[in-house]
Design a protein around this ligand. Structure first.
Ligand code: FES
Length: 389
């Protein structure tokens, strides 16, 4: 019987090639020397992951810039490893030791993402009345000091899948910093959105980064800056508070997203104003670092802190968060965002009455049901008993 010769085409040809390839591959693998990675081996992917998401960053203060007597900008470089990259609008959380307390505080990054690649971060700290950590930083941090920060975090960033391409940023006081970063990123070509910045201050001499904001606005048609003064009637400025009328006046054509960063009073005011614009909730983003609930008559309370069976009684103040009372009392609890979002500080409220500002309560439904709180955005309204583990 004569053998018939046939030629494989299409799928059959692919299958035969795959079988041939697999056979050769198995032969190659079996002939290789077994080499297991050792703990000292470092792979490129691990290096990238570590530089993008370092557990902690050791930073050195390289420069301090004073903004009259109300705020200071701090510039940092890294000690050795490259700085973690970030998106404009994110913040850094710093870990500090103040007396016997270990505290964390978050500050929005003012520099542009490109500056991190060149080895520099910038933050700006404003003095607030009786600020536990801000006062410490302003009075103690010096050029050459080493400080510790976690990796940049935060959601108030431009995301083209979620946000409109036109961003209206509403800033109050030192809440300008994330938007300065965004404006710088737009000018450097790293963000593809347009920015209308409505910057509210009490008086014109309290405007931070005035010269740079003007230069950014004049030099780039995607950036428009409007100053709004609440306590002074000066020519060339809007007068009053940034509310629905001013937003409508400067809003670009079409859809826009609203980003807000500033003191608590600004959020309270906008709570009543933003619904007038009738825009979808998903187009509104707030950055809220709990800085204090201000009541006319602050009250003193105690918190009994239960930590693995040990009980410690510390003082608390109705105008400060439970986390701040922990920090002042030398109680160490993990904390990162200070906005109620990350859940790092989650603790069990065993008894007592607390106040959680609307919009800052980001607990899971189960946590609400079983009385877990995020101390970073919870204020005491009576003596409390809290379990921290
Ligand atoms: S520190 Fe993030 S929820 Fe409290």
């Amino acid at each position: 019987m004569s053998k018939k010769k046939f030629t494989a085409h299409g799928n059959l040809k692919d299958t035969l090639n795959t079988v041939k390839f697999l056979t050769e591959r198995i032969k190659f693998v079996n002939s290789a020397e077994p080499v297991l990675p050792t703990p000292t081996d470092d792979f490129g992917v691990n290096k990238v992951a570590r530089s993008l998401h370092p557990k902690e960053q050791s930073l050195v203060i390289t420069k301090i810039e004073e903004h009259s007597d109300i705020a200071k900008s701090y510039y940092f470089k890294s000690e050795g490893t490259p700085l973690a990259y970030f998106k404009a609008g994110q913040y850094l959380t710093f870990k500090l030791e103040i007396g016997s307390s270990v505290v964390t505080r978050s500050y929005s990054i003012a520099s542009s993402p490109a500056s991190a690649l060149k080895g520099e971060y910038q933050i700006t700290v404003k003095r607030i009345a009786d600020g536990f950590v801000s006062d410490y930083i302003l009075d103690n941090w010096q050029v050459g000091d080493n400080v510790t920060a976690y990796a940049p975090e935060g959601n108030m960033v431009y995301n083209p899948l979620r946000d409109a391409q036109n961003i209206i940023a509403i800033a109050g006081g030192s809440g300008i910093t994330p938007f300065l970063s965004l404006a710088r990123a737009i000018a450097e070509g790293d963000e593809d959105c347009s920015l209308t910045l409505l910057y509210g201050c009490r008086k014109s001499d309290e405007i931070l980064f005035r010269n740079e904001l003007d230069a950014l606005s004049e030099g780039n048609e995607k950036i428009n800056v409007v100053y709004v003064l609440s306590h002074s009637d000066e020519e060339g400025y809007e007068k009053g508070f940034v509310g629905a009328d001013i937003i409508r006046k400067y809003a670009p054509e079409g859809k826009y997203s609203i980003f807000v960063c500033g003191p608590e009073g600004l959020y309270k005011f906008l709570e009543a104003e933003l619904p007038k614009l009738e825009i979808e909730r998903k187009f509104i983003r707030f950055e809220v670092f709990s800085s204090g609930k201000k009541t006319d008559e602050p009250k003193e309370y105690t918190i009994t802190v239960i930590n693995r069976g040990d009980e410690t009684v510390i003082k608390a103040n109705s105008n400060e968060t439970v986390l701040c009372a922990f920090e002042r009392g030398g109680i160490v609890v993990p904390a990162r965002c200070h906005t109620g979002e990350c859940g790092f500080c989650r603790s069990k409220l065993v008894s007592g009455k607390v106040y959680i500002p609307e919009g800052e309560d980001k607990r899971r439904i189960g946590d609400v049901q079983f009385n877990y709180i995020h101390p970073c955005c919870t204020y005491p309204e009576s003596d409390l008993v809290v379990r921290i583990n």
